[in-house]
Design a protein around this ligand. Structure first.
Ligand SMILES: [Zn+2]
Length: 313
């Protein structure tokens, strides 16, 4: 209980100011709070629920124990809302244990344009996420299938694509082509990284060209779109899958709905830019629940590999 609670007391319109060190009066229990303490706050009498262990689902408002959310791959157990998931957590949920070999783990962005506060933002997100940039790439096994897997992370500068994201994905795709492996990229991004200007935009062409060579080698590329996938990412590699999959409820588009509404002055249809809307309109091929993603990917790869003699089969 802090001492400031006892400084001001209004009795009959007269304000009495007491020294901060005055001991609380005997009836302090009833009168000492300037306002009613919030339930669940640190000043609440009952502290049976430790703070920080409960997360409120933004869709259905139910309180979820964070351990339960971790076990459920950050999917709300009540309404199945797919909450953001860290890239490494997602990789862990997909690949066979100890098979993932990360590529280019030390590659970092350079503030080549001297963009205001870019360096400090990079530092901030590196510390907060323990990542070097917004994508983790590597080779791993899903079931019996060796795959080149890239997973974006929205926590790092909104999953924006700068030179590092573009270069890491290009190298991943090229490695997939060399190895004769399928490529999977799991996207979540606000788009190109404005702090790297045209260098970010060049990544669109570079990643797309690498995918063209991968396709020429008759190898499958699966793009998985998660909430949210926008801008230059959606306008390049994220939309180029032989199969474009999405998580339920994911928001997917080029420009956001507000920009489109302001530009066109038209009312947008209900559910505009949701995965479900885009499935109905043919932009994506399937919606796959996060917990079923691994099994579904294995099914697709089994299908793609049918007729080919698989070394591990
Ligand atoms: Zn929910």
């Amino acid at each position: 209980m802090d001492t400031t609670s006892f400084i001001k007391k209004t009795i009959g319109g007269v304000m009495q100011v007491e020294p901060a060190l005055t001991p609380p009066p005997a009836n302090a229990e009833q009168t000492s709070f300037a306002k009613k303490p919030k339930v669940g706050s640190s000043k609440s009498k009952k502290r049976e629920i430790p703070e920080g262990l409960w997360i409120k689902c933004p869709a259905c408002d139910v309180m979820i124990f964070d351990k339960e959310l971790d076990e459920n791959l950050q999917v709300c157990p009540k309404c199945q809302q797919h909450l953001p998931i860290a890239s490494r957590e997602r990789i862990h949920s997909l690949v066979e244990t100890c098979t993932f070999q990360e590529m280019d783990a030390e590659m970092v962005s350079v503030d080549i344009l001297k963009f205001a506060s870019y360096k400090s933002k990079l530092e901030r997100d590196r510390k907060a996420t323990m990542l070097k940039d917004a994508v983790v790439t590597g080779i791993g096994k899903i079931g019996v299938h060796t795959v080149a897997l890239g997973v974006m992370d929205f926590r790092f500068m909104g999953g924006s694509m700068g030179a590092v994201v573009g270069e890491k994905l290009t190298r991943l795709i090229e490695r997939g082509t060399e190895g004769g492996w399928p490529v999977i990229v799991i996207s979540t991004s606000g788009g190109a990284r404005m702090q790297e200007g045209a260098f970010s935009l060049m990544q669109m062409a570079k990643t797309s060209a690498a995918l063209a060579y991968h396709a020429k080698a008759r190898l499958p590329y699966l793009s998985v779109l998660t909430n949210n996938s926008y801008g230059g990412v959606m306008a390049s590699y994220a939309a180029l899958g032989d199969l474009n999959l999405a998580e339920p409820g994911a928001m997917i588009g080029f420009a956001g709905p507000r920009v489109i509404k302001d530009t066109t002055h038209a009312d947008l249809p209900p559910g505009f830019q949701t995965a479900e809307f885009l499935l109905d309109h043919g932009l994506i091929d399937a919606i796959v629940h996060r917990k079923e993603m691994k099994a579904q990917l294995i099914k697709y790869f089994d299908y793609f590999a049918a007729g080919k003699k698989h070394p591990a089969a």
